[in-house]
Structures are given as structure tokens and as C-alpha cells.
Design a protein around this ligand. Structure first.
Ligand code: GAR
Length: 206
């Protein structure tokens, strides 16, 4: 990847965005958070980003506007900020095909399950209700299907007999915070090669 500017898309709390920013601040991750964009002006993560001095933008949905029209406005903000990689971090909108093409191979998403199990909303609840013994989180490249593209990294979390949605979600979230920056670093370092469905991680040359 040419540069190391991140554009992070959020809709709510923004803890994954903050964890990425922490990794940058601690120099675990060599990158710059160029902009945080939310589709909701009320997203708590927006104020938290602004408090850290990160540029923020709001692109709210407009009545009668198509997905592609909305995504084009988001894309313009990201390009204006000079981003190299888009990180979806609790962004609760589906990104359309034109957005995926515009940032081809340069969009990552984090999802709170071991994909392809439990895509979509409330993945932790779905895993618990299904009775799986192991779930976790996934960082994947975004393609035109929801929660579907080539998997960069996953981390497994055991489900305990006494877990409820809250306890399980919080253990998965902790893991998410330690997983996302690692996947971002691999992509920025050009170490992720996509071969069909598989994302191969190439060893460092140094
Ligand atoms: C995270 O658990 C993230 O994996 C999930 O939303 C939460 C956002 O939390 N994303 C999805 O479910 C996407 N399908 P955060 O705003 O604190 O990062």
C-alpha cells in the first residue's frame, strides 16, 4: 500500500476506532488516522475521536437517497482526507458495490464472530443461541457481499456455560481490540495477498 492514512467509519461507541488509535499512539501500528466518519451525528465515538484531535465528519443518510449516492458522499470525504485504507469499525450500514469498487482491496471490516458463521447483526447473540462452544472475531477484506470477503485474521473465544450476551460480547470485544490493528498493519505493510477467496499472509522480508 502506498501510504498509511486510515479512514475509519463508525456508527456508535467507537471502541475499535479508539483501539486502533491507541495502537498508533503506542507505535504498535505505524499509521495516521486521517479521518473518522460516522453516519450518525449522535455516535459517541465521534466526540471521543474529536477529543483526541482526530478529524471527524458526519455523513447522515438523506431521505430518498440511494445507497450509492450516500456512499459517494462518504467516498468523497475519505478521498478528500487522502486515505489509503478504509476501516469499518462498527459501521452499521452496508457498503454498496460502487464503494467497494472505488476502494477495491482497501476496505477492512471487523465482525464479532468467526465468519462465515453468524454474519449480520447480533452475531454474539446468534452464536450463544446456536450453542457453539467457540466463537470469536474476524477481520476481513470487504467485497460486495455482507461479512464475506477474504479473511485476514481471526481470533477464537471460548463460550462459557455461564456466558450471557453481555459477558460473551465483552470478551470478544477485548479480542477485537487486539486483532484489528494487527490486520491493519499487515495490509499497510503489503503482506496480504489475495488469491481467490484466500488472503495469504506473506512473511516479512526483513
Ligand atoms: C463491534 O463488536 C464490531 O465487531 C461490531 O460492532 C461492534 C462495534 O463496537 N460490528 C459488527 O457487528 C459489524 N457487522 P465499537 O463501536 O465499540 O467498535
Amino acid at each position: 500500500m502506498r501510504g498509511r492514512n486510515l479512514g475509519v467509519l463508525i456508527s456508535g461507541r467507537g471502541s475499535n476506532m479508539l483501539a486502533l488509535h491507541d495502537a498508533i499512539a503506542d507505535r504498535r501500528l505505524r499509521a495516521r488516522m486521517a479521518v473518522v466518519v460516522s453516519n450518525k451525528a449522535s455516535a459517541p465515538g465521534l466526540a471521543l475521536a474529536a477529543a483526541r484531535g482526530i478529524p471527524t465528519a458526519v455523513v447522515e443518510s438523506r431521505k430518498g437517497q440511494s445507497r450509492d449516492e450516500h456512499d459517494a458522499r462518504v467516498g468523497a470525504v475519505l478521498e478528500e482526507a487522502g486515505i489509503d485504507l478504509v476501516c469499518l469499525a462498527g459501521y452499521m450500514r452496508i457498503v454498496g458495490a460502487s464503494f467497494v469498487r472505488r476502494f477495491q482491496g482497501r476496505i477492512l471490516n471487523i465482525h464479532p464472530s468467526l465468519l462465515p458463521s453468524f454474519p449480520g447483526l447480533d452475531a454474539q447473540k446468534a452464536a450463544l443461541e446456536h450453542g457453539v462452544r467457540v466463537t470469536g472475531c474476524t477481520v476481513h477484506l470487504v467485497d460486495e457481499e455482507v461479512d464475506h470477503g477474504p479473511i485476514v485474521l481471526q481470533s477464537a473465544v471460548e463460550v462459557g456455560a455461564d456466558d450471557d450476551v453481555e459477558s460473551l460480547s465483552s470478551r470478544i470485544l477485548e479480542r477485537e481490540h487486539d486483532l484489528y490493528w494487527r490486520a491493519v498493519a499487515l495490509v499497510l505493510d503489503g503482506r496480504v495477498r489475495v488469491e481467490g477467496r484466500r488472503a495469504r499472509i506473506v512473511p516479512t522480508t526483513a
